[in-house]
Design a protein around this ligand. Structure first.
Ligand SMILES: NC(=O)N[C@H](N)C(=O)O
Length: 278
């Protein structure tokens, strides 16, 4: 991928070729944030985190229709979060993509390395620290938990994707598989964060169109992704945000696997009161 300098070499706008090839996009149905635009000038910081910066990839926009936020968090050596979450209704998934982190969750310390995954229920007691001498990066996906009377809150857990076996999607000969971190029939969970893997040439063979929202972060490989009426080239490090009902399909380009981290909201009735935040 080409690199745009922070200054325009001849003054004015970036070179026209950069404008033509940049894949950043924001439409009413989806957004694409290519890896190349996650640069120093668009970072954010958060209260009670030190030596830490983040890129906000997704957030609720309209006030009632969107369900989640997603960050890539970069924690420098010796940095971390002592009081990471201020919303007592927020549940979280953390997924480590680089370096190592120590997560203390309800008094137990866990060492997370790439592929490390933690589910953190609302109002949990947790902290994160990077005790190594290199940066650590992780995805932090947050959703306001929709409790249901008579169903207990889901429990916290920590695992690594390497401990799980991807499940092949029906009739795909294993070319399209999903690593599930929770049982889809467990009604205590109202969001799933899975890993989807395609072998080269693997496809989503129809335009999936459904009510669930998605955040898709490409972990590995290349593909052409159908987003609403557009076909968009994506590769490792790119992020896609899909609103409810955005039609989606893809074919994996190879030569390696195409893999992404996938958020979706699940298992709950829709709020029938228009305009009421859920
Ligand atoms: N874009 C996707 O990978 N979508 C999934 N098949 C899903 O909605 O579960």
């Amino acid at each position: 991928m080409s690199k745009t300098p922070y200054y325009a070499p001849h003054g004015g706008h970036p070179a026209q070729t950069e404008l033509l090839t940049d894949r950043a996009m924001f439409t009413e149905a989806y957004a694409v944030i290519p890896k190349g635009v996650m640069r120093d000038i668009v970072t954010s910081y958060l209260p009670f985190w030190d030596k830490t910066r983040l890129w906000v990839l997704a957030r609720p926009l309209s006030g009632f229709a969107e369900t989640f936020s997603q960050y890539i968090v970069e924690v420098g050596p010796g940095g971390g979060g002592n009081h990471p979450e201020q919303d007592p209704q927020a549940e979280a998934v953390l997924f480590v993509v680089e370096g190592q982190l120590s997560l203390t969750l309800a008094g137990t310390e866990h060492n997370l390395t790439p592929g490390g995954y933690a589910f953190i229920p609302p109002a949990s007691d947790w902290t994160v620290r990077n005790s190594s001498d290199t940066n650590a990066r992780f995805h932090w996906i947050r959703k306001r938990y929709q409790a249901v009377e008579g169903i207990a809150y889901p429990g916290a857990f920590v695992t690594n994707e390497q401990q799980l076996t991807p499940v092949a999607m029906p009739d795909t000969e294993g070319r399209w598989a999903t690593t599930r971190f929770v049982d889809p029939t467990d009604m205590s969970h109202d969001m799933h964060v899975n890993i989807v893997t395609f072998l080269p040439g693997g496809v989503i063979p129809f335009a999936e169109t459904h009510v669930m929202e998605h955040g898709l972060y490409v972990l590995e490989g290349k593909a052409v992704y159908r987003l609403n009426q557009d076909w968009v080239e994506v590769e490792a490090g790119d992020f896609m945000w899909l609103r409810a009902f955005c039609p989606q399909a893809c074919y994996a380009g190879g030569p390696d696997k195409f893999r992404y981290l996938l958020y979706k909201d699940v298992n709950r009735h829709m709020n029938l009161t228009l305009g009421t935040p859920r």
